[in-house]
Ligand binder design. Structure first.
Ligand code: KIV
Ligand code: ZN
Length: 514
């Protein structure tokens, strides 16, 4: 009989810490609702002390999302614990997750404290958190580089102080699967009160081993796996939830363990996170990449057609991937449109629905068949939008074999119209230069990516750009049947995000981790 492993999703906290992945409150709520639909056990909704926006997001999720435990992160400082407690208060079931480094390297250079002081700080924080909730998680940050004897001592003290979950993070993605599994086993063997807490694992992907390490730890008895949708997260990211969950589902007899995740919701979650963060997914990414279920070679296709299980270890349906279905067209009404969005997991208010429906009608005039992916791009553009300082009104671009590319643009800047023309090396460059002149931006473009949302020559182009200015990195997205227009929209979207972050004066989480 399989035991059950809890899935702790940290897309909204560790995931949001990846450069350019910041989400606004409405976006976080949408993601949290999808996580609840998937039946994750715990949603780490944010780091309440990090900023006013983070606090509000955790509080709104605690108020509005039912099902999973809602968790807020806190350092071991009193003010962090109190703030996290306030944010999770409205939750049906709330958890405070407090963390402190236990490796000598962190103690010496970051915390400038000795082992006894750190142990006392952890115990005090857990006791304080227990005054607010009986669900307290403690993370021994950088546990995989911590002295094992000291780690055992900290874990024992943390459980005695009232921690109900103990997390053993591979903070810097340094562990190797066998070694990590051994460390977890060691804790089970050596910590006398270990049976009183759930042992959790949290792996970063610096060596590409986050999922393997998490699964190895599951074989050693870990009862909770911390992960993110699409594997987003600090640096190379966290363990990808879809990979962990599908490995456990596909190889359940081997692991003798399972999760309660509704795996058919995986694709919807993946697309939603991609849309709100702008962080694209590589085509060959396991489970959710565009090629994950594509059989290209002749031999594979032949075998697959004779018997699917020759080359398929899980079905596309089991992760919620259906054939791109023709859903709507020019004559579809508002009702059908709203119902389809609902089926895709988007419950829009009247205003957002009206805006999106208008855009849909315009798109249906340009493009005969509208697919689910088109609808998702529309929602991404019309709904997941921070306040618009800059708006594209008109764009006209000339380019060709014998013409120097030239763009003429009309934009609204805080509601006032601004017009400019400029040349460039190509039509996209001309459009971008013109926009940059209007906005007078100092940002640097780090990446520009374009792809077709669906097949066919009338497909919408989807563009993602990544910009950096000072401490802020943002992603912008745009879609249109014209890829130059899609590019301009993506650039303007990124510039709006920069303006929003600068105005909010957001303290970055890096700055918080003093
Ligand atoms: O990677 C890490 O150590 C963390 C902790 C806060 C759990 O994210
Ligand atoms: Zn982490």
């Amino acid at each position: 009989m399989s035991r059950s492993i809890k899935i702790f999703d940290t897309t909204l906290r560790d995931g949001e810490q990846s450069p350019g992945c910041s989400m606004n409150i409405d976006e976080k709520l949408m993601v949290a609702r999808q996580l609840a639909r998937m039946k994750v056990d715990i949603i780490e909704a944010g780091f309440p002390i990090a900023s006013e926006g983070d606090f509000e997001a955790v509080k709104r999720i605690a108020q509005e999302v039912r099902g999973p435990v809602i968790c807020g992160l806190a350092r071991t400082m009193d003010k962090d614990i109190d703030r996290a407690a306030e944010a999770i208060k409205p939750a049906e079931r709330g958890r405070i997750h407090t963390f402190l480094a236990t490796s000598d390297i962190h103690l010496k250079f970051k915390l400038k404290k000795d082992r006894n002081q750190v142990l006392d700080m952890a115990v005090a924080a857990i006791k304080r958190a227990r005054n607010y909730t009986d669900d307290v998680e403690f993370s021994a940050e950088d546990a995989t580089r911590s002295d094992i004897d000291y780690l055992c001592k900290v874990v024992e003290a943390a459980i005695s102080a009232g921690a109900t979950t103990i997390n053993i993070p591979d903070t810097v993605g340094y562990a190797i699967p066998q070694e990590y599994a051994e460390r977890i086993k060691n804790l089970f063997d050596r910590v006398p009160n270990i049976g009183k807490a759930v042992i959790s694992v949290h792996c970063h992907n610096d060596l590409g081993l986050a999922v393997s390490n998490s699964l190895a730890a599951a074989l050693s008895g870990a009862g909770q796996i911390e992960c993110t949708i699409n594997g987003i997260g600090e640096r190379a990211g966290n363990a990808a939830m879809e990979e962990v969950v599908m490995a456990l589902r596909t190889r359940e007899p081997y692991f003798e363990a399972r999760t309660d995740i509704v795996t058919e919701e995986i694709m919807a979650a993946s697309r939603l996170v991609r849309n709100v963060t702008g962080m694209t997914v590589q085509a060959n990414k396991a489970i959710v990449g565009a090629n994950a279920f594509a059989h290209e070679s002749g031999i594979h296709q032949d075998g697959f057609l004779k018997e699917k299980s020759t080359y398929e270890i899980m079905t596309p349906e089991s992760v919620g991937l259906a054939e791109s279905s023709l859903v709507l067209g020019k004559h579809s009404g508002r009702h059908a449109f709203r119902d389809r969005l609902k089926e895709l997991g988007y419950s829009l208010g009247e205003e957002d629905l009206n805006k999106t429906f208008e855009r849909f009608k315009r798109l249906a005039d340009q493009k005969k068949d509208i697919f689910d992916e088109d609808l998702e791009a529309l929602v991404a553009e019309e709904v997941f939008r921070i306040p618009q300082v800059y708006e594209l009104k008109k764009l006209f671009v000339r380019s060709g074999t014998d013409t120097k590319p030239q763009a003429d643009i009309v934009m609204a800047v805080n509601g006032a119209e601004a017009e400019k023309s400029s040349g460039g090396d190509g039509p996209v460059d001309a459009a971008f230069r013109t926009i940059a002149e209007v906005v007078k931006t100092k940002s640097r473009m780090l990446a520009y990516e374009v792809k077709a949302i669906t097949g066919g020559t009338d497909a919408q182009g989807e563009v993602v750009v990544r910009l950096r200015e000072d401490n802020f990195t943002v992603m912008g997205q745009g879609s249109d049947t014209d890829i130059i227009v899609a590019s301009a929209k993506a650039y303007i979207n990124a510039l709006n995000k920069l303006a929003y972050l600068k105005k909010r004066g957001e303290k970055t989480v890096e700055k918080m981790c003093e």
